[in-house]
Structures are given as C-alpha cells and as structure tokens.
Design a protein around this ligand. Structure first.
Ligand SMILES: O=C(O)CCC(=O)C(=O)O
Ligand SMILES: [Fe+2]
Length: 214
C-alpha cells in the first residue's frame, strides 16, 4: 500500500485534532496586507468534512445581480456571535486563533461563516470582506479548508490608483489547511475562489471573523 493511501485511510478514522500555530508563516503582500499560512493545521479532517457536509443545515441563497436574481454558486451557513457551532473542534479552532492573535488583533474571533462548494462550478467572485469594519480598519479573517483542494486567489483591489493588476497570487488550500488574511487585506486586496474545471470534489470552508466584519 502506498504511503499516501495508507495516510489517507488512517485519517479517515482519526479524530480531528489541531496542531500548534507556532509554525505559521507570514507573507507580506503590499499596502499593509499580509497572509499567514499553515498547511495541515487540522488532522482528522475527513471526519470534520463528512460531519459538516451531513449535519449542517446548508442554505441556498439567491442574490440580485444588476437586473436579474441569480443563485449564489455555493451553499452557506453563518453562525453569529454566541451561536452554537456544529462541531466542538470549530470552537477549539476559533479559540486557538483568538489566543494566537490576541496581541495583534486586540479582540477575539467571534463568528463562523461556512461555505460548501459542491463541485468546480461553485465559486466566490472577487471581493473583500468589507461589510462593516473591514472597509475602514485593519482586521483578520481566518479560513480553515477541508475537502477538495481549491485555489484562493488574491489580487490588489483595482482602483485607488493601484495601476495594472500584475500580482495575482494563486494560493492552493488543501484538506486541513489554514490561511489568515490580515492587516489591510480586506480593503486593499480582494480574494476569490475561482471556478475550477475537471473532476472537482466538494470543499467546505470555515471562516472565522471578529465582531462586525463580514
Ligand atoms: O471559501 C473560501 O475560502 C473563501 C470564502 C470567502 O471569501 C467569503 O465567504 O467571504
Ligand atoms: Fe471573503
């Protein structure tokens, strides 16, 4: 049996567990934005994916796009402040992130937004999480990814005399990986999960945010 297959079979039975955040690595972008990345933060991620896929009351949403109403191309569930999260490991993840970033962020992570990408046709268009404070203040959005690896793309926000967009970053997010977008990232940069072609399995993203950021 190959080592990869053996590891994935073991993972299928393992209870979920978070590693230390000490090994997280920062990349400075521009204009005060940065990303911190830690591959494989969550082990036993198979169980987390399976349970979230089945147990969460996923919602389809529709949004006004210019003169039409269109389906949002992913399923959603938002857990506001104080709402019970679907799995204890998500409380652990939020609390560990709050501890790790306490000095730099100055407040805890409080909400959890979940997205379910059913296949490669599901996506998120370019945006910053700037409903609320992200538009004016530095903040952080931490994303834990489980399931099919998908690319998180980042680019400087167009306009503001930003010049041509030459610096799109395509960051692959795999099963159990963590990325934290920080500093001015929500207002000076944008991010997206582009559509993907080929046989793309489902992915669930868990985004932790402080109060008033969305
Ligand atoms: O799926 C992701 O990792 C990103 C989702 C996202 O950007 C959002 O919901 O604001
Ligand atoms: Fe976002």
């Amino acid at each position: 049996m190959g080592a990869d297959l053996q590891a994935s079979l073991l993972d299928a039975f393992a209870d979920p567990e978070l590693g230390s955040l000490d090994g997280i690595r920062r990349t400075e972008l521009s204009r005060g934005a940065w990303i911190d990345v830690l591959p494989g933060w969550l082990s036993g991620a198979d169980q987390v994916f399976e349970r979230l896929a089945v147990e969460v009351a996923w919602r389809e949403e529709r949004r006004q796009m210019y003169d039409r109403v269109v389906d949002v191309p992913r399923l959603l569930r938002f857990y506001g402040e104080g709402e019970q999260l679907p799995l204890p490991i998500l409380d652990e993840a939020r609390d560990q992130l709050s501890d790790h970033y306490t000095e730099e962020l100055g407040e805890p992570f409080r909400t959890a937004g979940l997205c379910f990408y059913r296949d490669g046709r599901d996506s998120v268009a370019w945006h910053g999480d700037k409903l609320g404070r992200g538009e004016h203040e530095d903040t952080m959005v931490a994303i834990l990814s489980v399931g099919e690896p998908r690319v998180l793309a980042l680019r400087p926000r167009p306009g503001n005399n930003a010049g041509p967009v030459t610096s799109t970053i395509r960051h692959p997010l795999g099963h159990g990986d963590l990325i934290v977008m920080g500093g001015s990232c929500q207002r000076t940069w944008e991010h997206a999960i582009p559509k993907a072609s080929g046989r793309i399995g489902p992915r669930i993203s868990i985004q932790f945010r402080p109060r008033g950021v969305r």
